[in-house]
Design a binder for this molecule. Structure first.
Ligand code: GDP
Ligand code: IMO
Ligand code: MG
Length: 431
């Protein structure tokens, strides 16, 4: 059994899709298990760029079973647009399947997300406004719709009778926005029932049981990042799902005993989009330099990403809560031209000098914490076409060794550029 989870081990946008795409070549089944179209996953193959939001990056290969699991939330319009664009580019989506248990982002979820963000002033989270929080709230509150509900008219009618009166009162009285009639919602559901139909996999239990029995290689594609986890991230500045490794089990329908490896994808520095604490954030010209060279602008919203030095304290925390067994480190080429590179090894409380070597989860004290850095020498050369570890400059090797030592798990994949080819794989979990 070699089943492997790819998770983001920072605040998202670590380059998960690139790593998933690489490993998908060796996998039989690829499963996206949480999040929704808040994700923006970029894959570059022979200079061609693909941007995914909901659809697993594995669809670029033929004859893989690509599955969108029960832990995801699906925004119908985004799914339609994304699938159509891929089909137009010649990608065969016959391998793509959706869990009937996945939740649906309805139009009012998007409305509520937008209004909440716009009216929160300095308390805003900086969401992607894709309706993620409201969809998961309804799922947990048991007022949501699942894909399978679209195919039972009687049930759909009675669900809407239960959901809409209260939802409309809230939309009208609390959010002071437009309401939705039952006819309008039925029409919407009917339209998307047809669009989803070829993809819905009611046989998912047989399919996944068979895959496990036949010892097929299963790759789980995480979205967002561990620090955005609803339980373990910087709450409330988080998303509404579980990007930790454990989320792969709950979100896919394949239990934890069937998972062997969890690869934590980390950039050689840290970025964050949206609000919330970020101890190693650089608001100076170095942060600007990282943003410019790393092209750190959101795939989904285009927002500039906040940038900062690599934070080993945070990474060690991700090893624990994410269940990481190894690291994939991306974007080290961004430092090609840096004289020196810093790594945060501890936090210091400016009130009393207390040193934190382990991540304090109470974000209310983060404003008092400043990073303690170790400084390493840069390599001052272009490593973006280097194909083997032994050819890397000595300073790059020292940098990677230091990261491994501080974080406590091995680096098995080194990414030196956006293209599939620009990768040094020290150990492939599927081989
Ligand atoms: P994801 O959400 O974790 O899949 O990451 P995104 O796709 O949002 O952002 C990562 C960005 O970095 C994308 O534009 C990738 O093409 C790019 N990228 C990935 N790995 C590397 C790398 O090693 N070097 C460089 N320069 N770019 C990379
Ligand atoms: P990928 O999969 C980076 C952030 C938002 C915001 C917070 C909550 O591409 O790494 P939400 O819309 O989920 O309610 O927003 O989470 N966020 C992401 N940041 N990458 C992502 O996805 C993100 N998905 C959500 O910016 O701070
Ligand atoms: Mg992204």
């Amino acid at each position: 059994m070699k089943n492997t989870v790819v998770v983001g081990a920072q605040w998202g946008d670590e380059g998960k899709a690139k790593i998933t795409d690489l490993l998908a070549e060796y996998a039989d089944v690829i499963i996206r298990y949480q999040g929704g179209c808040n994700a923006g996953h970029t894959v570059v193959v022979n200079n061609e760029t693909y941007k995914f939001h909901l659809i697993p990056s594995g669809v670029l290969y033929k004859n893989k079973f690509c599955f969108i699991g029960a832990g995801t939330v699906i925004h119908p319009e985004t799914f339609l647009k994304e699938s159509q664009e891929l089909i137009d580019r010649g990608v065969d989506l016959s391998c793509l399947k959706i869990s009937p248990l996945a939740s649906i982002t309805l139009p009012y979820h998007i409305d509520i997300d937008g209004i909440s963000e716009n009216s929160s002033g300095k308390n805003k989270i900086g969401t992607t406004k894709k309706g993620i929080g409201p969809t998961y709230s309804d799922k947990i509150g048991r007022h949501g719709l699942k894909i399978q509900d679209l195919y039972d008219e009687e049930l759909l009618n009675s669900r809407l009778d239960a959901i809409l009166p209260l939802k409309n009162k809230i939309l009208e009285k609390v959010y002071q926005t437009k309401t939705y009639s039952k006819e309008e919602m039925l029409e919407y559901c009917k339209k998307y029932a047809e669009i989803f139909k070829p993809y819905v996999c009611n046989e998912w239990v047989s399919e996944l049981s068979k895959a496990i029995k036949e010892d097929k290689k299963i790759l789980f594609e995480g979205a967002q990042g561990i620090m955005l986890d609803i339980d373990y991230g910087t709450y409330p500045f988080v998303t509404s799902s579980n990007p930790i490794g454990g989320g792969a089990a709950t979100g896919s329908g394949i239990g934890p005993t069937h998972i062997k490896n969890v690869i934590g994808v980390t950039k050689a520095y840290v970025t964050r989009v949206g609000e919330g604490p970020f101890i190693t954030e650089l608001t100076d010209e170095i942060g600007e330099k990282i943003r410019t060279i790393g092209a750190e602008f959101g795939t989904t919203t285009g927002r500039p990403r906040r940038c900062g030095w690599f934070d080993a304290v945070l990474s060690k925390y991700c090893v624990l809560v994410g269940g990481l067994t190894q690291m994939a480190i991306t974007k080290i080429d961004v430092f090609n031209n840096f004289d020196e590179i810093k790594i945060c090894v501890a936090y210091k409380d400016i009130r009393n000098g207390q040193i934190y070597k382990d991540y304090p989860t109470n974000i209310n004290i983060h404003k008092y914490l400043e990073p303690v850095y170790e400084t390493l020498k840069g390599w001052k050369s272009d490593i973006s076409n280097i194909k083997s570890f032994s050819d890397l400059p000595e300073n790059t090797k020292s940098y990677l060794k230091k990261v491994e030592e501080l974080v406590g798990i091995p680096v098995k994949i080194i990414s030196v550029g956006p293209d599939r080819e620009q990768t040094i794989i020290l150990e492939n979990p599927f081989k």
